[in-house]
Ligand binder design. Sequence first.
Ligand SMILES: Cc1ncc(COP(=O)(O)O)c(C=O)c1O
Length: 494
Amino acid sequence: MAVSAQAFQAGVRHQQRLGHREFICEANDGLWVAIERALDNGFGLVFVVGQDGALIGELPLSRMRVALRDGLHLSHTTAGELAMPWEDGRSDLPIAPVIDPHGRVIAIDKRISSSLLPVAEPDLSRSELRNLLDAFLSTWISSTGDYILEFESLFSARVGMTHGVATSNGTVSLHLALAALGIGPGDEVIVPDLTFAASANAVIHVGARPVLVDVDPVTWCVSVEAIERVISPHTRAIMPVHLFGRPAPMTEICNLAQQQGLFVLEDCAEAHGAKYDGLPIGSFSDVASFSFFANKIITTGEGGMCVTRGPELALRMKMLRDHGMRPERRYWHEEAGFNFRMTNLQASIGCAQLQRMDEFLEMRKRVDASYRAALADLPGVVFPQPLSSRHEPVTWFSCALVSPEVRPLLIKACREANIDLRPFVNALSTMPAYRRFSRKCPASERLAACGINFPTSRKVDENVVGRIAEVFTQVMHMPAAMASSEAFLRQNGM
Ligand SMILES: Cc1ncc(COP(=O)(O)O)c(C=O)c1O
């Protein structure tokens, strides 16, 4: 296969950096080897070579899945049998082999692919697959099993709490916590106006009233002052949400809650690993809730967890999670509970993800730093302000603010370049479902109108960031965009 001298040089230059071994299988490697390698390299694809290192073809996970479904045997099928010829010049893949003049693969080039780059992608490696297979083969596929106990114990310890109660998702974990705290009709729970709808929905589903408060324009979370203004005789709990990995001021919120005799239920769905005053978020409150949806920092597919330091509260949550049944007395229901259980299959994935959590946090930090480096000088793109050293945020999605008029232009231009750029969630007060609870929340509305999320995954490298920077530069230099960005910056005192 012919390659230009330039491509060969480029390949040699990249060889070390890209570690092409992760992308290569030998023709006589079994299907399992190819599956694990395609998962571990994060691209869902391997290149198959002969013993002399010469390229035989490509083998994507999609083809391996079909082969398995069609009945091919894991141990009787080799990568060589399944490989498809590599067509030079394909543009739909984010990686391509660099081939030397003897036809040997000497490096892998990462490049911009013509298929859509989603805003989030789960990172599932061989560890998750092996755990999942183990759980499956154990036949403990429902909500009893060793992985549940292990995940609850390891995750709660990581957060600095003593008890974990795994649930089916991060919405029902909020619901479960509220129910276990005895919050219901006639009660009020203070919830930020800028959050994913699940935070308020859980309050509504226990029959209580969400009291929506504006967020702080710097932290993007609720402030103590905003909370103090809405406390009423009906208030039972405060639900701070650590939006986009930015920690709410938990020490102050917990002090206020203690003075006022209120519960604190932290919604940590978007901030695994963030800290405030040196302590992990999730460790401050009576109960904290996490989500493990596929776009979260660690995932179990669907899944959630309540963590607490209170042994009685943990027992009560476990009972309510399981139809209100007393654990030691089968089919004896103390209360009409729920089925909010997580399966052992989900927990098996969670255990593997938890071991990789620091790796994910590092990757997200690197991606965020690349966006900032590439776009920060572009007038009209404002990255979140640094917070005081008491806040140790994490990156869930990398975010920036742009003028509301420019945002749709950027989203459209990125979509045309096959890049998924997302707007922030809407301010709750502005939507029909929450109109009866709505109040004026200018900071929340402004963030909702201006916020964008960038793709934040392992696939985002300097090529992707460079491409996004090009698209942004083109859009931001359009006359209409320039005028609106100038006004946006003036309004923001820049
Ligand atoms: C702040 C917040 N709370 C709760 C949830 C609900 O989690 P789940 O999707 O696991 O139900 C989410 C999920 O996106 C979230 O972002």
